[in-house]
Design a protein around this ligand. Structure first.
Ligand code: BG6
Length: 479
């Protein structure tokens, strides 16, 4: 692996503490970082090196998968960390940052390879990338890459504007747009699961699949993020990115992948083939408070701090998608995601068609289901029909694999390791982002015009009944 400098904007932020430092440390402990590297935290707070290192150590204690007991190793990692106080709106600050990065590179023999991680509000992408460009920080004799967090735009227009801004400093193949769902172990495993198992590969099409249901339910509410969420809602926060990525990762049919770009190319083709969705096929809803005997147990969305009392922001979205390719023609893909639901669960359920020649108990047969569990535990379940030994009746049985006993790396570990290696497979290409916004845009407009009405569901339930009715109208139910 090439030596590199990892320059992290937003170094004192929440994401850095919860995800980025622990991921870097875990990679370090697993010998998955280059021999020579340096992490340069960039932030507004004025911190000295020691203070910065101790905030990172705190985050490792709290969030790292690897224990921090090995003092020598922990110290060796922490010594790679330094901090520069930068006002990102000030060009002069970037000259100082550049001088600092060059000093580190010379001192530690780091070559001239630089990763810039923008863990900051998207409102700052413009000024940061412009100043990276102007200061010459982006002129390297080695490689440079930029990692960008979502949200990538607020709608189609702003996403395009943002993209052209970032393209002024980095080319498309230097841009690594993070969708952390693509780093989840079971999502990374999907392609292998389908293509390395002839038994699944041969049935992965509309010949045998009746429908696909993708669920990403959360129990948490909007928490302290209302100022962001009020402008985003579930449609931008989850559907535009994570849910559509799960649809594409499920629908992609790859046998032996030849090059890193192939998976993304396939996903782009699929995204292109998703038909515009009619308003009847989209359900939007918002959670209301849960009260027991007049006592509020869980706040409703409009009770949350920072949320307007007449807010119509969606905290739940369900939809039917149709992918217009020979493989998927006629197979509805149902998605649903929401906050303050009964349980935290992310899964993909593939429901198979009824058998053609079921014998006597045909009407009692449950459908075959393949469930890919993504969260809270990784695993796969296959539901089959079996004969009960005593009654002779059909009964559904489950063949299960659970990876919960294994220690699996976090999404950010996979993604950072890939970015450091220069493998963009599990990052979103601009074409995917743009197509996703193109698909979402009419829905956003139908939300605004109330063509898609806002429904309500009580906190702690499975969501609005309209989401159940959506499936019923196609002759299915949510699994
Ligand atoms: C984030 C969203 O991208 O994903 C959050 O901004 C959401 O609102 C989170 O809670 C869900 O991620 P996970 O990994 O917990 O399913």
């Amino acid at each position: 692996m090439d030596p590199m400098s990892f320059i992290l904007f937003g170094a004192t932020g929440d994401l850095a503490k919860r995800k980025i430092y622990p991921a870097l440390f875990n990679l370090y402990m697993d010998n998955k970082l280059p021999e020579a590297f340096s992490v340069i935290g960039v932030g507004r707070e004025s911190l000295n090196k020691k203070e910065f290192q101790s905030t990172v150590i705190d985050s490792l204690y709290e969030f790292s998968r690897h224990s921090t007991d090995d003092k020598a190793k922990k110290l060796a990692f922490v010594q790679k960390l330094s901090y520069v106080n930068v006002d990102v709106t000030d060009e002069e600050s970037f000259n100082e940052l550049k001088a600092f990065v060059e000093g580190q590179e010379e001192g530690a023999g780091l070559g001239n390879n630089r990763i810039f991680y923008l863990s900051v509000s998207p409102a700052l992408f413009d000024v940061i990338t412009t100043n990276i460009n102007k200061s010459g920080l982006g002129d390297t004799s080695g490689w440079k890459r930029v990692i960008i967090e979502k949200p990538f735009g607020h709608d189609l227009k702003s996403a395009r504007a943002l993209n052209s801004t970032v393209l002024r400093a980095f080319s498309e193949d230097e841009i690594y747009r993070i969708d952390h769902y693509l780093g989840k172990p079971m999502v990374q495993n999907l392609e292998t699961l389908i293509s390395a198992n002839p038994v699944l590969q041969s049935i992965w099409s509309n010949q045998l699949i009746a429908n696909v249901q993708i669920t990403a339910n959360e129990t948490v509410g909007v928490g302290t993020r209302s100022s962001y969420y009020e402008h985003s809602g579930a449609i931008r926060d989850m559907v535009q990115n994570h849910m559509l990525q799960l649809v594409m990762m499920t629908a992609v049919r790859m046998s032996e992948r030849q090059s890193v770009s192939e998976l993304r190319d396939e996903k782009i083709k699929l995204m292109n083939a998703i038909e515009p969705t009619s308003p009847e096929d989209v359900i939007r809803a918002q959670y209301t408070r849960l009260t027991i005997q007049d006592e509020t147990i869980v706040s409703g969305y409009t009770d949350e701090s920072g949320v307007r009392s007449d807010s119509t922001t969606d905290t739940f979205v369900a939809a039917r998608l149709q992918i217009n390719t020979p493989t998927w023609q006629g197979v509805p893909f149902f998605i649903r995601t929401g906050k303050r639901l009964r349980s935290k669960e992310t899964k993909i359920v593939v429901e198979f068609k009824d058998s053609l020649n079921l014998s006597q108990n045909a009407s009692d047969a449950a459908p075959n289901l393949l469930v890919i569990h993504i969260n809270p535990n990784d695993g796969v379940t296959l539901q089959l029909n079996s004969k009960h030994p005593l009654t002779g009746e059909l009964e559904p049985i489950k063949v299960e694999f659970s990876a919960s006993h294994r220690e699996t790396p976090e999404a950010y570990e996979f993604l950072l390791a890939d970015a450091i290696k220069g493998d963009p497979t599990f990052f979103t290409h601009w074409d995917e982002v743009e197509l996703a916004w193109q698909w979402i845009q009419p829905i956003l407009e139908q939300f605004d015009s109330n063509t898609i009405p806002l429904h309500y569901y009580q906190a702690g339930t499975n969501g609005p009944e309209e989401a159940d009715k959506l499936l019923e109208s196609y002759g299915y139910k949510w699994w």
